[in-house]
Write a protein that binds this ligand. Sequence first.
Ligand SMILES: Cc1cc2nc3c(=O)[nH]c(=O)nc-3n(C[C@H](O)[C@H](O)[C@H](O)COP(=O)(O)O)c2cc1C
Length: 368
Amino acid sequence: MLHKPKSKALFQPFSFPNGTSAPNRLFVSAMTNNMSQATGSASSDDLHFLSTRITGGWGGVTTCAAFVDISGRCWPGQLGVCEPFHFEQLAKLKRHTHGHRHPALTFVQLHHGGVRVPETLRHEGRVWGPVARGWGGESCSALTETQIHQLVQSFSRAARGAEQAGFAGCEVHGAHGYLLTQFLSRSLNTRCDRYGGSRLLDRARFLLETLRSIKKQTSSRFVLGVRLSPESYSDVTGLSIAETLELQEILDAEGLDFIHHSMWDTRKAHRTMRLAEALSSRPTRLLKSASGKIWNRADAEWTLRYGMDYVHVGRAALNSPRWPHQIADHNVPHLPPYSQASLRSARLGDAFINYMKKWDGFVGDEHC
Ligand SMILES: Cc1cc2nc3c(=O)[nH]c(=O)nc-3n(C[C@H](O)[C@H](O)[C@H](O)COP(=O)(O)O)c2cc1C
């Protein structure tokens, strides 16, 4: 049966299943930026970047992937959410945005890199995954059940700290091949205990225990969601559509508020439509979002029409902190490349601009 497009207004407030409402359907997606201090504390560049988006007309803003335990740190300058001083610094965001009439809801993205932690950042020389072999065949250490339980606690302590620091919710990073994706993966997670094997329910156990523990440690107002990769890209295995559908049902039964599908390109119509069609074939109370190459109003509206409840925007939010205001006025935002001066005035710190130079065609010369 062909999916029937529904229309939802981009600028209409909406509520998550737990009752928390967002001012509109445009959210900033998590973006790693290397701007944090060596200790994992948010820098003043982090705070400026986030606060300009929180007050920029968005419905929600997500931090970059933030490590919940030092063993999962993947980038130098990555934000941390495991030490009291991490939360003290993040709590300053509230002060930065105090008094704004319609601030965005704030989310922290909870992350552990698992086997993707690079050699240079390995804590005590070890890298951890579901089994003793990574995707590329490289050796790593398999997490014991006790270590899994400890990491579940790390995720939920991070969520509790985030709520106390003033965040409205969290997005658990189950996408892009990091630790929780590694557990969900049929090809990688060949464990023989209750955390792995051929049943998705077993491979999802780590994620489910994490979500249950977060629910216990946070209030009912705290919005809880997961980011998933509903497809494979490069050498990283994502979930098949059938698995995504099964997981959606499991997560719905857990009382989750949202799933954010990382599509990389929502306008690759057949993929988005196939996913939307499958997802909408089963009624669910949790909300669905998608991200990937949403550059203008038409892209965002198209994604809502094809079954998503709201959208996440990545790179377009970098040069245009007030992108929602721009598209509300029917302005078509500029596409990259962007000059360094323009990115600096959009409150990207130098570390972030340097990082973006690795993204093909994003940073141009001073005259673009
Ligand atoms: C510089 C950069 C850093 C990113 N870091 C993260 C991250 O920390 N966590 C995450 O889930 N996705 C991350 N992504 C993916 C984005 O959230 C988004 O899904 C992707 O950029 C596609 O959306 P876009 O086409 O609107 O940029 C990153 C993307 C970029 C460009």
